[in-house]
Design a protein around this ligand. Structure first.
Ligand SMILES: [Zn+2]
Length: 175
C-alpha cells in the first residue's frame, strides 16, 4: 500500500467539525480526474484512489488494498458520523472486489437512517450484474460512467464541492 492513500482521521475530524459538513468518499482503483488521493475542499471530499489508470491484472489487488486502507483509517461503526455518502467505482477488471467494497461499506456503516449510503459508479461492462446488486440492496445505488471512470468521478467530486446532494447525483448521460 502506498502512503499517498492514507487519510488522517484526526485531520478529517477537525475539518468536519469546523465546517459542519460531512465528508463524501470517492474510491477507485484508477483515478479521479482533477482530484488526487486525499482530502479536498476542507474535508468535503475524500478520495481513495490509485492516482493512475491501473493495469488490468493489478486491479483486484489494488481495489482490495484501497478498501483495506479505508478500513484501517476509519472504523465505520464508530466513525460513521464523519461521512455522508460513499461512491465506489465499479469497473470490470475488479468487479468482484468493487461490489464487495460497496456492499461491505453499506453493511458496516451504521448511519441511523435506512437510505442509500453507497453509490456504485459503473461502466457498461457487465452492467446487468451491477444493476442486480443495486436492485437487491436498497442501501446501494448505481449510476453509469465510462470505462475507467475518471471523468465522471471528477464531475461527481466537483458537484459535491458545489453543494449538490450526493444522493441526488444521477447518470450524467455520457461516458
Ligand atoms: Zn467497462
Amino acid at each position: 500500500m502506498t502512503e499517498e492513500n492514507k487519510v488522517e482521521k484526526e485531520e478529517l475530524e477537525k475539518l468536519v467539525k469546523k465546517n459542519g459538513k460531512k465528508a463524501v468518499v470517492i474510491m477507485t482503483y484508477n483515478s479521479v480526474k482533477g482530484f488526487p488521493a486525499g482530502i479536498h475542499s476542507e474535508g468535503r471530499v475524500v478520495v481513495y484512489s490509485w492516482n493512475r489508470h491501473a493495469h488490468r491484472g493489478d486491479t483486484p489487488a489494488i481495489a482490495k488494498q484501497l478498501t483495506d486502507q479505508f478500513y484501517d483509517d476509519f472504523d465505520l461503526r464508530r466513525d460513521g458520523e464523519l461521512f455522508e455518502h460513499v461512491f465506489v467505482y465499479t469497473g470490470i477488471n475488479a468487479i468482484d472486489e468493487s461490489i464487495q467494497t460497496a456492499q461491505s461499506i453499506a453493511h458496516d456503516w451504521k448511519t441511523g437512517d435506512d437510505e442509500t449510503k453507497v453509490t456504485m459508479v459503473g461502466c457498461e461492462c457487465d452492467y446487468n450484474r451491477k444493476s442486480r446488486i443495486a436492485h437487491n440492496n436498497y442501501q446501494v445505488d448505481l449510476i453509469k460512467c465510462g470505462c475507467g471512470g475518471e471523468s465522471v468521478l471528477g464531475k461527481i467530486a466537483q458537484q459535491i464541492i458545489e453543494g449538490v446532494d450526493p444522493k441526488k447525483i444521477r447518470d450524467y448521460g455520457e461516458k
